[in-house]
Ligand binder design. Structure first.
Ligand SMILES: [Zn+2]
Ligand SMILES: [Zn+2]
Length: 360
């Protein structure tokens, strides 16, 4: 598999589990942070999630991460496209931005072959789902080259507003129109499909059978693991911490241990700080009988200890959060331990700011 090496993974088929991380400290730092919370995969924003500007990528930093991934047997990483990217917008200018951002991101990720590039299929904003499906597929066909090392993943959506990609049928419609079929797949978000109406908690086999019938389980390449603040079919997209939402811990454990899914990278996008992610990873690995990198690599320093060292060295930890708040105009996020917010997407952005604070 992707980055598995002889010195890395103990046995083929181990679970890859991680969470969304901030890019503030660079690429290699993300890999080290991931290890420190017991993660062996992670997700990051390909560029500013709300604006669209892209930070310069330092090739040496990307190469340093790539060697860490290889050394430690990471699973495939997930780069999340900005929320402002709407590949099926009616407005040609908005579609042009999507095209430029997408092709720029793919170029910047070339140093990390095998990375999965996750994007929201878009909002048709009144043109109708059929046009949305067609425009999104057309944009992918314009951008993706036959030698593209990344794979494009369309995320299953909750169906807020005019979002396309709530139904497996719409995702199948997009994939069916993408010419380079082996370059495109799906990322299943547990909160989104539950919120979109699929009974993930009560009938996982039924949901996966429907997915297989309409899209094909072979096209499923990653899973976003989130509990849902709202009951099924609410279409609100509000993520909750694992076990604190309407899906519940048991159903999430069933998803992660399902034979059709357990080989996939699992990414948490729950509303919590780095400590919270470490806790969720520990909880899930415990339930699934998986040890993960902290057991596999005894020299890796757990996040709690890293924080203690930072505190002891007097490192300021507020800087990053301040910078983030200035850039986005958002107030620095306060503790929100109960989980849930107006939108799951917002969660990731805000939590991203908090993660930075935690990481210092
Ligand atoms: Zn997303
Ligand atoms: Zn998601």
């Amino acid at each position: 598999m992707y980055f598995s090496t002889a010195g890395g993974r103990q046995e083929e088929g181990d679970m890859f589990l991680g969470c969304h991380l901030s890019t503030t400290k660079g690429f290699r730092a993300m890999g080290e942070t991931a290890l420190s919370i017991g993660a062996d995969t992670f997700q990051f924003f390909s560029r500013n999630p709300r604006g669209g500007s892209a930070k310069e990528v330092v090739p040496a930093d990307v190469a340093a991460l790539a060697s860490l991934l290889q050394e430690r047997g990471f699973g495939p990483l997930v780069a999340h496209a900005p929320y402002t990217l709407n590949p099926c917008a009616e407005n040609a200018k908005t579609r042009d931005f999507a095209l430029l951002a997408l092709s720029g991101d793919l170029k910047r990720l070339r140093g990390l072959p095998g990375t999965l590039y996750n994007l929201h299929p878009g909002s048709h904003v009144g043109q109708g789902a059929e046009s949305g499906v067609r425009l999104t597929a057309e944009l992918i066909n314009e951008v993706v080259e036959p030698d593209e090392p990344a794979k494009i993943l369309f995320e299953t959506m909750a169906g807020k507003g005019t979002e396309i990609g709530r139904s497996f049928g719409e995702l199948a419609g997009i994939l069916g129109k993408v010419k380079l079929a082996d370059k495109a797949g799906v990322c299943l978000d547990t909160c989104h499909i539950f919120d979109g109406g699929y009974d993930l908690a009560g009938d996982l086999d039924g949901v996966l059978a429907a997915f297989d019938r309409e899209i094909g389980l072979g096209r499923l390449l990653a899973v976003h693991v989130n509990d849902s603040k709202n009951p099924r079919e609410s279409r609100k997209d509000r993520h909750a911490r694992i076990g604190l939402g309407e899906i519940g811990l048991e159903a999430i454990v069933r998803v992660m241990s399902h034979p059709a899914l357990k080989h996939l990278p699992f990414i948490l996008e729950t509303p919590c700080e780095l400590d919270g992610y470490a806790e969720e990873i520990r909880l899930l690995r415990g339930r699934l009988g998986e040890e993960g990198p902290l057991a596999r690599w005894p020299e890796v320093v757990p996040v709690a200890e890293l924080k203690a060292r930072l505190a002891a060295s007097g490192t300021k930890t507020k800087e990053d959060q301040g910078t983030r708040a200035k850039k986005t105009g958002e107030a620095p996020a306060k503790s929100r331990a109960k989980g849930g917010s107006k939108s799951g997407s917002k969660d990731v952005a805000k939590e991203n700011a908090k993660v930075k604070k935690t990481r210092g």
